[in-house]
Design a protein around this ligand. Structure first.
Ligand code: HEM
Ligand SMILES: *[C@@H]1O[C@H](CO)[C@@H](O)[C@H](O)[C@H]1NC(C)=O
Ligand SMILES: *[C@@H]1O[C@H](CO)[C@@H](O)[C@H](O)[C@H]1NC(C)=O
Length: 332
């Protein structure tokens, strides 16, 4: 009898534990005790790299976005293919396009070395590096506190990435429903798209637009056609924002108002018909950099909260490109 009671008690205790840990919230001070060096180390590595190569900030921001949109912010985007799965790196939107993986490895190695063990997840490194990138390229330093405590996935699925990542050929309603899948609304869509104020796109990503779209400034279309002929040159890059390509500012929205959005999907956010919520938001952000900064930050935190693995789920990967091998033991 007594042992039954004890068993029962243990079951209750365990389910309480499971409940608490399955719904654990992310918190900015997650690493304060276990690896206080993590945030300053990541910041200094990003800063050093961006001084030499500002576009790395765009790579890092996009990595976090592509991580979060495919089954949550769980570092799955970083996993190489294995005999068991084809990962996200080879998905349509990622292949030959997503970059910054080596720097993620450098950051992971540096924090693990400083803290003498592997406690910082690859998913969190992506979230921190994305924040640091936008801060360094234009936002106030430490623009916002990044909620932390994500754990890393043990698998990745190419076809999920193909399904969930938005295409540059999407029209407005497709973009809206794509963001709705993630619990993000039109305001999040418009604010987060402001990320296209840094970085570059390939000729193949905007070719249709500059030859076939009507909602485009004709001079802009002609100037883009120079480096992007109808046939070939698919790998020629253009900056999203020609005026301040490496500055995280609100010029993306000014470009949209002038019908100079580089991607078809960008210009879908602004048609010039004022009545729509997205047109109004584009006008607002183009006039008011502070409103953009505030909403971008709120939407980044919301995006960073998409289905994180916490508590007993997932793992803290030792190598961001591979799931842990349990030959090493179960002590993560
Ligand atoms: C709204 C739907 C979106 C679509 C359809 C889209 C699509 C694209 C495409 C096609 C490129 C160029 C890729 C290439 O040619 O290699 C790109 C680049 C980029 N995207 Fe997006 N994107 C979207 C939203 C976002 C969001 C929400 C973020 C981040 C918060 C983001 C961040 C970036 C960055 C920073 C780049 C430049 C990357 C670099 O220079 O390496 N995008 N995007
Ligand atoms: C957007 O694209 C979808 C799929 O191609 C199509 O069914 C829909 O009619 C389009 N919406 C608009 C407003 O053009
Ligand atoms: C423009 O549209 C036509 C007709 O749909 C298509 O055949 C052509 O490939 C498009 N051009 C580009 C550069 O995408």
């Amino acid at each position: 009898m007594a042992s039954h009671h004890i068993q029962y008690f243990i079951v209750i205790l365990m389910s309480t534990f499971l409940t608490i840990h399955s719904f654990e919230e992310l918190t900015p001070d997650f690493y304060n005790d276990v690896c206080p060096q993590a945030l300053p180390i990541i910041h200094s590595i990003v800063l050093q790299k961006l001084n030499m190569k500002p576009r790395m900030g765009a790579h890092l921001l996009r990595l976090h976005f592509h991580d979060c949109f495919v089954n949550g912010c769980d570092g799955s985007v970083l996993l190489d293919d294995t005999p068991n799965f084809i990962g996200e790196k080879n998905a349509i939107s990622n292949i030959d396009s997503l970059k910054g993986f080596m720097l993620v490895d450098i950051m992971k190695a540096a924090v693990d070395k400083a803290c003498k063990r592997s406690v910082v997840s690859c998913a969190d490194i992506l979230a921190i590096a994305a924040r640091d990138s936008v801060s360094i390229l234009g936002g106030p330093s430490y623009w916002y506190e990044v909620p932390l405590g994500r754990r890393d996935a043990r698998n990745a699925i190419k076809k999920d990435a193909d399904f969930y990542l938005p295409s540059q050929l999407f029209n407005f309603s497709q973009l809206v429903s794509n963001f709705e899948f993630q619990g993000l609304n039109i305001k999040d869509l418009v604010a987060l798209s402001g990320a296209h104020t840094i970085g570059m796109a390939k000729c193949s990503s905007f070719k249709e637009r500059i030859y076939n779209d009507t909602n485009i400034d004709p001079d802009f279309a002609i100037s883009m056609q120079e480096n992007c002929p109808i046939k070939g040159c698919d790998d020629h890059f253009e900056a999203f924002d020609h005026v301040t390509p490496n500055k995280f500012d609100n010029s993306y929205y000014k470009n949209l108002i002038n019908k100079k959005g580089l991607l078809h999907s960008d210009q879908e956010l602004f048609k010039g018909d004022d009545g729509s919520e997205s047109d109004r938001l584009v006008r607002r952000y183009s006039r008011n950099p502070h409103a953009f900064a505030r909403d971008f930050k709120a939407s980044m935190i919301k995006m960073g909260n998409i289905k994180p693995l916490t508590g007993i789920f997932g793992e803290i990967r030792r190598d961001c490109n591979k799931v842990n091998s349990y030959l090493h033991g179960l002590n993560e």
